[in-house]
Design a protein around this ligand. Sequence first.
Ligand SMILES: [Zn+2]
Length: 178
Amino acid sequence: MGIVEYAEEKQKKYQNQLYDVTSNKEYDAITHEIEVQKKEIDEGQNRIIELELSKEENENSLKEYKEELEELDKELKEKEKELKNLLMTTEQKELELNQMREKIVVRLDKPILKKYERIRSAKNGIAVVPIERDACGGCFKTIPPQNIVEVEKLNKLHQCEVCGRILVPENELDKLPI
Ligand SMILES: [Zn+2]
């Protein structure tokens, strides 16, 4: 039995007692009890309304959270898909570059290859840089015009005087099929 029903039962009981009262004092006491029970019924009913309202609120915010979560989950899955595609493209590119490298390496003179490998391991894997805006694309040191002319002839290896990387003309790397 709920608190409201209990209070209602009690109220009914007191109300029945009112018919049997013999004194004013008794009458007042019972009336008072009835008032107390009425108050309890009201409070109980208000509490039920409050609980129902907050239940509704909670259900609404729970629904919102669920929707948000679903949205985030969807975004995450899309990002994972993008990343997977990106990795596949990168792997494909790496494979192509490695194949190209192998073809070039067999055609290179041993001393040049050795020099290239030495620079590459000393310079974080980048041994060949283009001349960009009349400067070394690796260390950005300005290159004198007569040296740029020499590099553009492409008839021997030219290294940057500062960082030692092999210099190639500005657009030379763009010609690579990558
Ligand atoms: Zn340099």
